[in-house]
Design a protein around this ligand. Sequence first.
Ligand code: TRP
Ligand code: CA
Ligand code: ZN
Length: 315
Amino acid sequence: MNLSVSARAAAAAAVACATLLTTGSIAGAAPTHPTVTAAPDIPVVNVKAHLAQLQSIATANGGNRAHGRAGYKASLDYVKAKLDAAGFTTTIQQFSSSGRTGYNLIADWPGGDTGHVVMTGAHLDSVTAGPGINDNGSGSAAILETALAVARAGHHPAKHLRFAWWGAEELGMVGSRYYVGRLTSTERSRISAYLNFDMIGSPNPGYFVYDDDPALEKTFKDYYAGLGIATEPETEGDGRSDHAPFKNAGVPVGGLFSGADYVKTAAQAAKWGGSAGQAFDRCYHSSCDTTANLNDTALDRNSDAIAYAVWTLSA
Ligand code: TRP
Ligand code: CA
Ligand code: ZN
């Protein structure tokens, strides 16, 4: 990516700020004032490495990573270990659904104003039919790599950053509903944005931006406009993924989506490439949703867009 003038200025400010911090702060501790860096280019190879691990976990555990199965807990342990090593404060939230134990993983990046929280989430469970690599290893791996990029950059924005991996989305957004339902009204009002990523590497991709909140929608549209890529609004906000409980609780929501079982039209293929008359993801909820069921370009662009949004919205 080309650094804009303002991004370069921010990078320079980060250097100056880091210099100031070498005196009073313990390595790894949150600085006492914001350390703002420029949004990074997320290495798609790193995102794919996480996806390879999720695929191995599914393969070793009966072919899936579904709620209540060993593959789900192993997925959660993998993500948690990466975050812990990077300096996040992680919390496992346990719940029960359909007679099986489920888990959400919450990761807080120390520092920032906890009165203004930018929260980024993805569901980590698959259906029982398959390993769930596009749905939703893709969102899970991309937000994990974004969180790790925050740590690598020493990025300490003004707002507080929180990341979440939801359990049991495939049973009806059970984990995210559990989390939102247990927030006090004060905690809820402190979340300035919830960003959701569910299916962002579809093999025959579209570029859909959630239309629920104008400011959050604009952030993602600006990113794609900068790449010269057309987007379409994703309008199914009220029921299809983990942003719905947040939206219903009055939290501004946004996100990206590259398409599930709907068929790509000729007009969409003309602007995005790929195959008209075929599903965005023909392996949706199937055993073939493996590491072969990804479009690397879509995964890369959407991962970079996540980092751009997290950086822009938390400054
Ligand atoms: N949430 C769905 C799933 O996990 C996927 C999905 C379908 C979706 N349509 C959507 C996600 C629209 C976000 C927006 O199976
Ligand atoms: Ca990238
Ligand atoms: Zn699904």
